[in-house]
Write a protein that binds this ligand. Sequence first.
Ligand SMILES: Cc1cc2nc3c(=O)[nH]c(=O)nc-3n(C[C@H](O)[C@H](O)[C@H](O)COP(=O)(O)O)c2cc1C
Length: 134
Amino acid sequence: MSNQAQILTNKDIEQLLFQIREKNKRLAITGILLLIQGKFVQYIEGKAPEIDKVYEKIKHDSRHNDLVLLDSGDLENRQFKNWSMAYKKIGDDQVKAILGHTALNLDDLFLFPKQEKTHPVLKVLYNFTNSLST
Ligand SMILES: Cc1cc2nc3c(=O)[nH]c(=O)nc-3n(C[C@H](O)[C@H](O)[C@H](O)COP(=O)(O)O)c2cc1C
């Protein structure tokens, strides 16, 4: 999860996705990038050495900052095997719908840096992902 360094235009996003997808295809990395309230929330999967290399690159990319690693681990099967990087901009209404209209104040959505594994944006990411496969 990270903050956009500056507001990216649609063209900037297109260019970013083009660059990401080209490289991910070469490295057999797959995943999804969400844009929520001007923040990036990304999930990537692949062989550990490739993931580590790309993650190092992503960490030092000046297009974003305040990067937080929310979770990582081993996985039996890929969740996005046909996507070199899916992308979706998620609006506030959709976030509320995904979170089941809980009392969560959207202004607080990103204020949980110390509770990475239970961070509400992970719930948004996982619920959104599940909704794609049902
Ligand atoms: C939010 C965000 C997500 C990114 N995700 C990826 C990614 O999944 N794969 C990737 O190769 N680069 C990704 N990048 C771009 C990398 O930071 C880097 O620019 C890219 O890997 C090209 O590096 P290179 O030309 O030095 O090889 C991402 C950048 C940002 C800002």
